[in-house]
Design a protein around this ligand. Structure first.
Ligand code: ACM
Ligand code: ZN
Length: 692
């Protein structure tokens, strides 16, 4: 029998001779097939016919589990396979584990030529990923092009967060998503297991968490949130909910591990813990009647509980990283609580931020002693970051950049690019959601470590994650619709080097993946039917008032700074709003008054129309005006009203857009445009005031 070394010498020399005769290209018809886009593809001349069976030969020092995983993955490629005891001369599918292969922990080399298919990697995960690339070719055609591919991920962390708290999802559902992730070479599934709306993992030491906190009366988060936000006992008539048993969780972990995916459990603390306090009210800071969602950091019982829970969690989940949440604690009850005040005094803590930090430090130390690392949302920076913590940056990138600059590992998941709970297409065409607009192309445009980032910071960026929160996502079909194809873009961002990324090529592949998913019974968003951005926003608009000065009358000059867009230039800058008010094109007005502005046309002008668009999206509190008045003046002193447009504001689920304007003929220099807010308290959002 030949030694490993000679086998490798043969592989390498045959690869080199093959490469020498090949032309390097990524434009061959068969080359835009693999997602995420590989690092390097050399396409040769010829085709291997994979419609006849291939002989599977696996070599190298593989553990039994890996041998089983790789055999299963090979069998799943879509070709007829026979298992060979010796390396056949031809028609082989050869997997070689080669500790010398210099392709990194997850990289692989894939060669297809007249003899067969050969995949080499230094780790089993690399062989698995090589098989995923082969599977992509096979799904495209059984005539496999001769190629040599060298491929390795840009980032070590390529993840998806699945929220099973707001609406429960079963083990089977999670496994179906894991199948898709695996094909995309994603390697982290972050399970958001606990939140106010439901506790979703069995804990033997605190069994009421699943007997009570996992159940509620309303099936939808929305009814529950706008109702009493209560829970009911398991078995109550009509109770909605569910949880993963320990066995379910172990099954998911094993299923994911078989696909080289690590499952990261998230146990939220100290915030987002309303359901825990509803179940164990003795752990509330105070017994005051108002709702409390933050665990009491003063009481030792809180730590006993969290450590008992985490003790059970780490028995189920082998992941090095354990996510401890850390986001959005209101910290309000802590200042009212004797125990929290005592803790602050004893520990010399000067703020509630430091009190949260105290808890995260303690939990980190406890997990570190057990060989685990914590990961938490970027709020864990507040009050001082725990020494070994990894930060998941969601409120933007600032938290992640600060953590990386301080030498902490970071996973980037900024909401502007990675929060795929926003609609992905024209909101009127999409199910109700949290709002915003995040199309595939915008997700794809994200770079977690752009060239402008200093190397000292970039080295701490572990990777990227898509987060799919489920407040508005009741059904499995809807969940898949939101997840795919945008998570495919996250897979490519996480894997492919910037120079290998190209949106048009990516989109072609994504359309095909979506088609295949639909055939397989998934319900992704059908990318072929994408409508795209708001038509009005696609081109700047020329009109008579463009660039003219706008005076904001009191109190409308206090438009919301967060939604200032281009400040005083916004309403005449020629740029109209997209599907989302957070696009720095719509201008937002909150509080008293409404919109009340005067445009100075600079000279007396013949005007035939004056109009502006408003948007409404009731969830976040954005409403249409109830009245728009338009008046004009020649001298800036005496105004003549030319329009009085009344509107009945009706609450609805989907975002809507409405134009409020006047048409006619008038001579004027000054235009006063005034929009009154309705009795609904919230924002008015207006874009360009178009004058013709
Ligand atoms: C988060 O979205 N609150 C992490
Ligand atoms: Zn307290």
């Amino acid at each position: 029998m030949r030694t490993m070394r000679t086998i490798l010498a043969v592989i390498i020399s045959s690869m080199l001779s093959f490469m020498a005769s090949a032309t390097e290209t990524i434009t061959s018809p068969n080359s835009n097939v693999i997602t995420p886009a590989p690092s390097r593809i050399v396409v040769g001349d010829g085709m291997l016919d994979a419609s006849r069976s291939l002989n599977l030969y696996i070599e190298g020092d593989l553990a039994t589990d890996d041998l089983r995983r790789l055999s299963a993955a090979a069998a799943d490629c879509g070709i007829d396979l026979r298992v060979a005891k010796r390396l056949p001369r031809k028609d082989y599918l050869r997997l070689s584990l080669d500790s010398q292969a210099e392709l990194g922990a997850e990289g692989y080399a894939l060669r297809i030529n007249e003899q067969g298919v050969a995949i080499a990697a230094s780790n089993p995960a690399g062989l698995y990923y090589g098989l995923q690339s082969l599977k992509a070719y096979i799904a495209h055609s059984l005539q496999l092009p001769y190629v040599y591919i060298e491929d390795a991920p840009r980032f070590e962390y390529r993840g998806i967060l699945v929220d099973i708290s707001r609406h429960f999802r079963t083990k089977e559902f999670l496994m179906r998503q894991i199948d898709v992730m695996a094909g995309l070479k994603m390697n982290r599934l972050h399970l958001h297991l606990t939140d106010a709306a439901g506790w979703r993992i069995e804990v033997e030491s605190y069994p009421e968490l699943t007997r009570y906190a996992a159940w509620r009366k309303p099936a939808t988060w929305k009814e529950w949130w706008y109702g009493d936000r209560g829970h009911v006992w398991e078995g109550t008539d009509g109770a909605y909910g569910g949880y993963l048993t320990k066995q379910d969780a172990r099954d998911i972990v094993a299923y994911a591990a078989d696909r080289y995916i690590t499952v990261i459990p998230e146990i939220e603390m100290p915030g987002h813990s309303d359901e825990v306090l509803a179940t164990y009210p003795e752990l509330r800071c105070t017994q005051l009647p108002e709702r409390q969602g933050d665990l009491c950091v003063g009481k030792e019982a809180t730590f006993e509980m969290m450590q008992a829970i985490l003790g059970e969690i780490i028995e189920i989940f082998p992941s090095e990283y354990i996510h401890i949440g850390g986001d959005e604690a209101s910290k309000g009850s802590w200042t009212e609580c004797d125990d929290c005040r005592r803790r602050m005094q004893e520990e010399g803590l000067e703020s509630v931020d430091e009190l949260q930090s105290y808890m995260i430090h303690r939990i980190e130390a406890w997990l570190n002693e057990r060989g685990r690392q914590i990961i938490g949302w970027d709020e864990i920076l507040e009050g001082g970051l725990a020494p070994n913590a990894t930060v998941m940056s969601w409120r933007g990138e600032e938290g992640g950049l600060a953590a990386a600059a301080a030498g902490h590992n970071v996973v980037m998941s900024p909401h502007g690019y990675c929060y795929i709970d926003a609609p992905q297409d024209a909101p009127y065409s999409q199910p109700e959601s949290i709002g915003g607009y995040l199309p595939l192309e915008k997700v794809y445009s994200y770079d977690p470590a752009p060239a402008t980032m200093s190397e000292d910071v970039a080295r701490y960026i572990l990777g990227v994650q898509a987060n799919l929160w489920a407040e508005f996502i009741v059904t499995d079909e809807h969940y898949e619709h939101m997840l795919w194809p945008r998570a495919i873009a996250i897979a490519e961002i996480g894997w492919s080097a910037p120079e290998n990324r190209n949106y048009d090529l990516f989109r072609e592949r994504a359309v095909k993946i979506v088609d295949r998913m639909i055939e397989a019974g998934y319900s992704p968003f059908d990318l072929k039917n994408e409508i795209g951005n708001r038509p009005e926003s696609k081109q700047p608009i020329e009109h008579l008032a463009r660039g003219k000065k706008v005076e904001y009358l009191y109190p409308s000059r206090y438009y919301a700074p967060k939604y200032a867009a281009a400040w005083d230039a916004t309403l005449t800058d020629g740029l109209r709003g997209t599907w989302t008010y957070a696009d720095e094109r719509w201008q937002g007005f909150l509080g008293r008054g409404g919109v009340d502005v005067i445009i100075d046309m600079e000279e007396v002008t013949t005007i035939h129309s004056i109009a502006a668009d408003f948007m409404q999206i009731c969830g976040p509190g954005v409403f249409m005006p109830c009245l728009v008045e338009i008046a004009v003046s020649v001298d800036g002193q005496n105004y003549t009203k030319i329009a009085d447009i009344e509107h009945e504001v009706i609450v609805d689920e989907l975002p809507s857009f409405k134009n409020f304007g006047w048409q006619g003929e008038v001579e004027a220099r000054y235009i006063r445009y005034k929009a009154h807010r309705s009795s609904f308290s919230g924002f008015l959002f207006v874009d360009e005031i178009v004058v013709n």
